[in-house]
Ligand binder design. Structure first.
Ligand code: DC
Length: 228
């Protein structure tokens, strides 16, 4: 079967990364979590006290940021300048700053360039907000994932509990709503559904049901591209 690019976009905490990871494993493809890249940039800005309203500070900082991924104990793990930052970038203080940072065009340009390089050999599943619209507008399969906001907040709450972190449900819901608002209304590459994306609302679906639908789609596009 021909290798393809699978772009998964959608609102915060819709289960994009859970689906993308499982799909990549199943297909033996590479998985790239682009949200983790914006989170790593945000962490760097926080730790280095970068005033991200100042273009010159942002440009200088970007030149010093190197983001990579490694598979550690079967987990996709994010590295920032050689440091494992996987758990730091998931914390609420990063979640609260990441959407404003992701509105900065210089940041987006730098991330999109790296993401396009990562996908040049295809065989990749990438999730984010602008993958099907900006990063890979020609991706063979584009999925736009949605889920009910309450369901999304409950899932995120369980993820925090799993890590022994107690974050109030209302704080999570407010953060998700605020991020969706900023992500969808920013001037540069706002979160929108690509015209040719297939929409999947997973509010009432089990991971297996969801995977079955998506594997069907993969087969359809692979069959179509093999016959071209
Ligand atoms: O997927 P996530 O929640 O980890 O993403 C964190 C933030 O990064 C999200 O609020 C918006 C931003 N983001 C983006 O602007 N473009 C992407 N391709 C991925 C994430």
């Amino acid at each position: 079967m021909k290798d393809i690019i699978i772009a998964i976009d959608g609102f915060s905490a819709c289960g994009k990364s859970t689906l993308a990871k499982a799909l990549a494993k199943k297909l033996n493809y590479r998985y790239i979590d682009t949200g983790a890249m914006y989170r790593a940039v945000t962490l760097y800005f926080i730790e280095q006290n970068i005033d991200y309203t100042q273009t010159n500070q942002v440009e200088k900082a970007l030149a010093n940021i190197e983001i990579s991924f490694q598979n550690i104990n079967q987990q996709n793990t994010t590295f920032l300048n050689g440091e494992n930052v996987e758990s730091k970038i998931r914390q609420m203080y990063v979640s609260e700053q990441v959407s404003p940072v992701a509105t900065i065009s210089a940041v987006r340009r730098a991330m999109v360039q790296q993401q396009q390089a990562m996908g040049k050999d295809k065989a990749i599943v990438m999730d984010g907000r602008d993958i099907g619209t900006v990063v890979f507008p020609d991706a063979e399969l584009k999925i736009f994932l949605t889920a009910d906001p309450q369901v999304r907040a409950e899932r995120r709450h369980l993820e925090y509990l799993d890590k022994n972190e107690h974050v109030d449900m209302q704080v999570i819901l407010d953060n998700l709503n605020e991020r969706d608002r900023i992500d969808s209304s920013r001037a540069d590459s706002p979160l929108t559904q690509a015209e040719d994306a297939r929409v999947l609302d997973n509010s009432n679906m089990t991971p297996t049901e969801q995977m079955d639908i998506v594997l069907d789609w993969v087969e359809q596009v692979q069959t179509a591209s093999n016959t071209v």
